[in-house]
Structure formats: C-alpha cells, structure tokens
Design a protein around this ligand. Structure first.
Ligand SMILES: [Zn+2]
Ligand SMILES: [Zn+2]
Length: 161
C-alpha cells in the first residue's frame, strides 16, 4: 500500500470530491457509496450502490444480515458501487479497464465523505483483480491509500476488526 498525501495527489483528490458529490444519488438505504474508474485521466465508468437493476422487488436494505443462512455467501443488500462500475466498464470500455484506477467513497450519516475502512469486501477485491484494474484507492482523513489490486485482495481476506 502506498500513502499519497494531498499535495502529492491533487488529481486523486479531484476524483474523490467528484465521487463524493454524486454519491448522494445512491439508492441503498443502508449506505451511500460511489465508485469511479479512471484510465489515463479519463473517467471510463462510475456507479453507485443500488438494488439489482434498481428494482424495488429486490430491495433488502432493511433485512437483518443474521437472518440469512450461513451458506448465503453475500449478505449485503445492494449491488456494490464497485461491482456495478466494473461490470459497466467491461461492457462499455472493455479495452480500457486493464491498468485503470478505482476510486471508492462511502458517505456517513451526515452525507460527508466517511473515513475509509480497511479493505474487507472480497467480492469487489476479486472482481477488481480479475479484470486487471491496477489500483484501488481509498480516502482517509489526511491521505489516500493506494493499493495494488493483488495486495487489496489478500488484505480483504485477512480483515479483522
Ligand atoms: Zn441496500
Ligand atoms: Zn464490495
């Protein structure tokens, strides 16, 4: 993991600010997230977390995760912003996703950019690595963490609170 300071990464701050502004459009009721995928200074795709196809019939935001059987592999309610952005980037820019950077932002209850957590989502870490995205970027308070996706996937599996 590489730590980028604000000074060293004006560009990443620009992407995080943009992501933060639009994350409010996420329709998940549990958390508001947004993701931008950038290749050679061009945003190749961005998306938010929503129920699959944004279908109300599929909304599980208020379900208790403990109510699912242990065999249910993914107990999160919505399509993750990263999942959706990766799928759409593959569909729309399959030639550009390799070597790209993924910026991820989650909002807190007051709609501010929340401090990033340690990597833990093994669904998105596997998808990012498998599609050859180069970096996963998370914004902390004074700095940005830039992970290689290979490292990000390993760390996600090692997560503990
Ligand atoms: Zn949800
Ligand atoms: Zn995820």
């Amino acid at each position: 993991m590489k730590i980028l300071t604000w000074e060293a990464s004006k560009k990443s701050e620009q992407y995080f600010k943009l992501t933060w502004k639009i994350a409010q459009k996420a329709t998940c009721e549990r958390s508001k997230c947004w993701c931008i995928i950038v290749k050679d200074d061009e945003i190749i795709w961005q998306w938010r977390n929503t129920p699959p196809h944004n279908l109300e019939s599929q909304r599980k935001c208020t379900y208790d995760k403990k109510s699912y059987d242990f065999k249910v592999t993914d107990k999160t309610c919505c399509i993750h912003a990263e999942q959706r952005a990766i799928m759409d980037a593959l569909r729309n820019h399959p030639d550009k996703i390799e070597g790209s950077d993924l910026y991820f932002v989650r909002l807190d209850k007051e709609w501010n950019m929340s401090k990033a957590w340690k990597p833990y989502c093994t669904i998105c870490s596997k998808m990012a690595l498998d599609t050859w995205i180069k970096h996963f970027l998370l914004r902390h308070e004074e700095w940005v963490a830039q992970y290689d996706t290979e490292e990000y996937n390993l760390l996600s599996y090692q997560y503990s609170e």
